[in-house]
Design a protein around this ligand. Structure first.
Ligand SMILES: [Zn+2]
Length: 415
C-alpha cells in the first residue's frame, strides 16, 4: 500500500512538471487531493494507535436560502472511491430529494459511513467535493426543469466549468431532469446521444446564413433535427423567415442566442418570431432560446412562445451545496461537536407528502405528522465491507428525481 502510494505520488509530481493540473481518479482515490490537516491528523493517530478507531460519520448538506429541497447526486462517484475499503455505507438512493433539516429542525444525513476511521479519513475532502458539486448541479437543473413546466431543457454549460468536470456536470444535470446535454464525454459514458445545434462560427465561416444552413442540411446525419441558428448577422425575425423559406417543412426549430447587447426585450423578440412563423404557416417550427438563462427568466420566455431552452452557466456553474461530514459515534459511543446532534441517525420519509423525520438509528416513525401517511426509511444500505450493493441505471435515477421534484414544486418568489 505504501509503495503504491509512493508511486502515485511520483506520478503526481511528474504530472505537475508537464503542466497537467487535472487530478485523476487514482490520485483522488489514493487520498492525494485531501486537505493536509487530515493527513497530519492521521499521522498522529497512527503513531498513537488510534487510526483504526471504529467510527460512524454522517454527511449532511446546507441548502441555500429559499431552497426547500436539493437533489442528491454523486453517490456513484463516492462509491467508486470507497470501493474495496473496509466500510459499510447507507445513503439516500441517488436522485432522491433531500433537505438540510427535517420537519423538527434536526440536520438530515444523506449518507452514513461506518468502519475504521483510517479506511476513509483521507477521502473526506474528496467526498464532500463530489457531493457539493454534484448536488449543486443536479438541484439547479431540477429547479430549471420544474420552472420550465414540462418544456424541454438542455444543459449547454460545460464550457463554463473546468473540462475535468464536463462529464460529471452533464450527468448531474441529467439526473436533475434536463432532457439532454451537449457534452460528448458524458454522452460516451452514459450511452446517450448529446444534443446541439450549430455555433455562430459556422455561419461566419460561410459568410452567408443560407450557405451555412444549406451545408448543415446537406451533411448533418438525417436523424439530427434541423434546428437553425437565426441571430448571427441580421435581425432574428428576418433570419427566421429566411430559414423557413430555405428549409420549408424540414425546418424543425430555430435557435435564438441573441447577444445581451442586442437583446433589449428578449421576450418580445420571441413573441415577434412566433407571430411571423405562424403567419407564414410554420406553426410546427419550435423556438429554442439560449444564452444566460436561469430558473427565473425561463417562465417569461415560455409564456412569450419559446418552446425549448438551452441553459448553461446557471446549471453547470450552479452554486455548490455545502456538505459537511460529522463523526456521530466513536468507539461505540455517541458523540457530536457543538451545534450537531449526537448518535447515528435514520431518516424516515412520508411516502405521500415526502416530508422527513430524523430519529435515532434504532428508532422508527409510524405515521406522517403532516398527512398521516406511511413513513419509510429513506436511506438504504449501498455498500457492505467495501462491496457496492447497488448499481442503478441513470434513467431510473433521473425518473426518481423528476417524480419527487415535480411533486414538491418550486417557490420562485421565496429566494
Ligand atoms: Zn405525509
Amino acid at each position: 500500500m505504501r509503495k503504491t502510494l509512493m508511486f502515485t505520488r511520483l506520478c503526481f509530481l511528474i504530472n505537475l512538471a508537464t503542466d497537467n493540473w487535472i487530478c485523476g481518479f487514482e490520485e483522488v482515490r489514493s487520498g492525494l487531493t485531501t486537505d493536509v490537516y487530515l493527513e497530519r491528523m492521521m499521522e498522529t493517530l497512527r503513531k498513537d494507535g488510534k487510526a483504526d478507531t471504529h467510527v460512524w460519520a454522517e454527511f449532511s448538506g446546507d441548502l441555500p436560502d429559499g431552497y426547500e429541497w436539493g437533489v442528491f447526486a454523486g453517490l456513484n462517484e463516492v462509491m467508486g472511491l470507497l470501493n474495496g475499503r473496509n466500510v459499510d455505507v447507507w445513503a439516500l438512493p441517488e436522485g432522491s430529494v433531500f433537505r438540510g433539516e427535517d420537519v423538527n429542525g434536526i440536520e438530515e444525513p444523506v449518507m452514513v459511513i461506518s468502519g475504521p476511521y483510517s479506511e476513509f479519513a483521507l477521502l473526506e475532502t474528496a467526498i464532500l467535493g463530489i457531493l457539493s458539486y454534484n448536488c449543486g448541479v443536479a438541484t439547479a437543473a431540477a429547479r430549471v426543469k420544474v420552472a420550465a413546466e414540462g418544456a424541454p431543457v438542455f444543459a449547454f454549460g460545460i464550457r463554463r466549468m473546468h473540462p475535468a468536470l464536463a462529464a460529471v456536470s452533464d450527468r448531474a444535470a441529467y439526473i436533475g431532469g434536463v432532457d439532454g446535454f451537449s457534452g460528448v464525454g458524458a454522452g460516451r459514458r452514459l450511452g446517450i446521444t448529446p444534443v446541439g445545434t450549430m455555433p455562430h462560427s459556422f455561419i461566419l465561416i460561410y459568410g452567408r446564413q443560407e450557405d451555412a444552413w444549406s451545408a448543415f442540411d446537406k451533411y448533418a446525419p438525417p436523424d439530427v433535427p434541423r434546428t437553425l441558428l437565426c441571430d448571427t448577422l441580421s435581425d432574428e425575425k428576418d433570419e427566421v423567415i429566411r430559414a423557413a423559406k430555405l428549409l420549408g417543412a424540414k425546418l424543425a426549430a430555430v435557435r435564438l442566442d441573441t447577444p445581451k447587447s442586442r437583446r433589449g426585450d428578449f421576450e418580445h423578440i420571441v413573441r415577434e418570431v412566433r407571430w411571423e412563423l405562424d403567419r407564414l404557416g410554420f406553426k410546427k417550427v419550435k423556438i429554442m432560446v439560449s444564452g444566460g438563462l436561469d430558473e427565473k427568466s425561463i417562465r417569461g420566455l415560455k409564456k412569450a412562445g419559446a418552446d425549448m431552452f438551452g441553459v448553461g452557466t446557471s446549471i453547470a456553474a450552479a452554486r455548490v451545496i455545502d456538505f459537511s461530514m460529522d463523526l456521530c459515534q466513536v468507539g461505540g459511543k455517541p458523540v457530536s461537536k457543538r451545534g450537531r446532534f449526537s448518535g447515528v441517525k435514520s431518516v424516515y420519509r412520508c411516502t405521500e407528502c415526502l416530508i422527513d423525520v430524523v430519529v435515532g438509528w434504532e428508532d422508527s416513525v409510524g405515521k406522517c405528522p403532516k398527512c398521516g401517511g406511511i413513513m419509510k426509511p429513506a436511506m438504504i444500505k449501498v455498500m457492505e465491507s467495501g462491496k457496492p450493493l447497488v448499481n442503478e441505471d441513470i434513467q431510473k435515477i433521473r425518473t426518481r428525481s423528476m417524480q419527487q421534484t415535480l411533486k414538491l414544486g418550486l417557490n420562485l418568489d421565496s429566494n
